[in-house]
Design a protein around this ligand. Structure first.
Ligand SMILES: *Cc1c(COP(=O)(O)O)cnc(C)c1O
Length: 397
């Protein structure tokens, strides 16, 4: 078991190895318990595990690990980020109301608008960078304020402390999607948030291999309620994926540090490039959320977005880039380039999309572990072609 004074980089590697079952054998890795059911000790004395939906030793090691990393009471592992997020929303009851950040992840948007609504749980989307607007949107039945910071794909920053203060004054819980920052760079529970959520599919696992979700609650009481939902709804993470995720934790700091350093270099490069209309990265001092982000986070992460002048330019860039994978998702060892207008935000009507800055020229890059010089060279050559495309484009008025 790690000492509570150890730094997070140390905890990432050693917390799970401290699980009781690993200690017994001396294995440095947590065993994968592929067992749906467990022998009970006697007719009237049951062991700590009975059935793997309710609890599995490998999953439990992961759950204890993430709880320790986030500084919470209870960690819970789910089959996907959306399973974790949806389960947290299931703490609500019919008649409740939630406030959700305007540029929330697409899957969360869909769950809130299409699923929660059916159960008579109402929502309002608000621009969370405006605290006054947020305070005014609170209703007597508002029970949860849902934050994502930085948000996707324009990396908008929300002042967590400011929001949590308003939430507490109004008896609301605060949920924070911490996928982009991970516990290495941001600890919302320390700021008073109630539940932290992760798509562990991204940086935490880091290798584009598994789909997984995590939740951590600040209090034991909320942890028990969410564990009840996890067991009732049953959307748990399997033991093999729990093992892979624990292995991902161990290299998180090395991966994220290198990727974040590279991202800043790329952001600086793009910022200076005459054909780039906009670069969104909280590490740039020009980013409107830069100072708030620096106050609440210790790193800037490995995702940035940038705007080319047109769809034709974006298309040419994608067709000529050599190293990044052109795909959805982020947070992996390989760089991933995506086109939000037709990928993550395809379901959003054009005017709603453009209001959020997701224009036809916008591209999102999640920076992996390739050599930074190779990445910049590659981006540079793809931009050269993309820029010519702009010039060749017919002007339509
Ligand atoms: C990917 C993602 C999710 C959804 O997670 P899944 O693991 O795909 O279910 C939620 N929030 C953010 C910020 C994400 O990037």
């Amino acid at each position: 078991m790690t000492d509570y004074k150890d730094k997070l980089e140390t905890k990432l590697i050693h917390s799970s190895a401290g699980s009781e079952n690993a200690i017994k054998s001396g294995a440095v890795n947590v065993p994968i318990y592929l067992s749906s059911t467990f022998h009970q000790e006697s007719f009237d004395s049951f062991g700590p595990f009975d059935y793997s939906r309710s609890g599995n030793p490998t999953r439990q090691a992961l759950e204890q690990n993430i709880a320790e990393l986030e500084g919470g009471e209870q960690g819970l592992a789910f089959a996907s980020g959306m399973a974790a997020i949806s389960s947290a929303f299931m703490l609500l009851s019919a008649g409740d109301h939630v406030l959700v950040t305007e540029d929330v992840y697409g899957g969360t948007y869909r769950f809130v608008t299409d699923v929660l609504k059916k159960y008579n749980i109402e929502h309002t989307f608000v621009n969370m960078s405006d605290l006054e607007k947020l305070a005014n949107a609170i209703q007597p039945n508002t029970k949860v304020i849902y934050i994502e910071t930085p948000s996707n794909p324009c990396l908008n920053i929300t002042d967590m402390e400011g929001i949590i203060k308003i939430a507490k004054a109004n008896d609301c819980l605060t949920f924070v999607d911490n996928t982009f920052m991970t516990p290495l760079y941001q600890n919302p529970l320390e700021l008073g948030a109630d539940i932290v959520l992760h798509s562990a599919t991204k940086f935490l696992s880091g290798h584009s291999d598994i789909i997984a979700g995590l939740a951590v609650t600040r209090t034991k009481e909320l942890g028990e309620k969410l564990a009840f939902i996890q067991n009732s709804f049953g959307s748990i993470l399997g033991a093999q994926d729990a093992y892979l995720l624990i292995q991902g934790f161990k290299t998180l700091s090395a991966r994220l540090e290198q990727s974040s350093n590279s991202t800043l270099s790329i952001a600086d490069y793009l910022y200076e490039h005459p054909s780039i209309e906009e670069v969104y990265y909280p590490g740039l001092t020009s980013h409107p959320g830069h100072y708030i982000h620096n106050r609440q986070s210790t790193g800037n992460g490995a995702v940035l977005s940038f705007r080319l002048p047109s769809k034709a330019a974006a298309k040419a860039f994608v067709e000529n880039i050599r190293i990044p994978v052109f795909a959805v998702s982020l947070g992996a060892v390989e760089s991933i380039l995506s086109y939000p207008a037709t990928m993550s935000h395809a379901a959003m009507p054009r005017d709603e999309r453009e209001k959020r800055g997701i224009t036809d020229g916008l591209l999102r890059l999640s920076v992996g572990l390739e050599h930074i010089e190779d990445l910049i060279k590659d981006i540079d050559q793809a931009l050269e072609v993309a820029v010519k495309q702009v010039d060749a484009e017919p002007v339509i008025s």
